[in-house]
Design a protein around this ligand. Structure first.
Ligand SMILES: *[C@@H]1O[C@H](CO)[C@@H](O)[C@H](O)[C@H]1NC(C)=O
Length: 135
């Protein structure tokens, strides 16, 4: 009887091997924190993927996940535009970001510019000004 129990236990463990996750997907988010109730238009692309055009109202959030299979080669460049300006920037780059924001790379889009939030306190946020913005 004891052996049967033991056998059942062993099989139970065989049936449920530890999940080998490897790399987890990364979530990339863009939030509209522009003053003056301005829409933000976001259009992101990688080499193989066009994520389409998204218009975010104030406090709107657009986000997507990067599949682990393509993560290590991923660069997503986004065109961002609002009433007073537009720019293109690499919103996600594995090279730059895999330590800075290993699970969630969030950008707050403000009137002064974009702030790329780092999950690791030892690494600074990234700040990108809108072209032509005074400070
Ligand atoms: C913001 O976008 C919404 C939805 O596309 C649109 O209805 C609205 O007129 C836009 N507002 C401005 C100020 O452009």
């Amino acid at each position: 009887m004891k052996h049967v129990f033991l056998l059942a236990l062993v099989i139970a463990f065989w049936e449920a091997p530890p999940v080998v996750t490897g790399i987890s997907p990364v979530t990339v988010g863009v939030l509209n924190y522009l003053q003056g109730n301005l829409n933000l238009t976001v259009h992101c692309k990688s080499k193989d993927n066009d994520l389409g055009i998204h218009v975010l109202p104030v406090y709107g959030r657009y986000q997507w996940q990067i599949n682990p299979n393509v993560l290590k080669t991923s660069v997503f460049s986004c065109s961002l535009s609002m009433r007073d300006g537009s720019l293109s920037y690499d919103i996600y780059s594995y090279e730059r970001d895999h330590n800075r924001c290993p699970t969630e790379c969030v950008w707050d889009v403000k009137t002064e510019g974009l702030v790329g939030l780092s999950e690791d306190v030892a690494q600074p946020n990234i700040f990108v000004k809108w072209p032509g913005h005074a400070n």
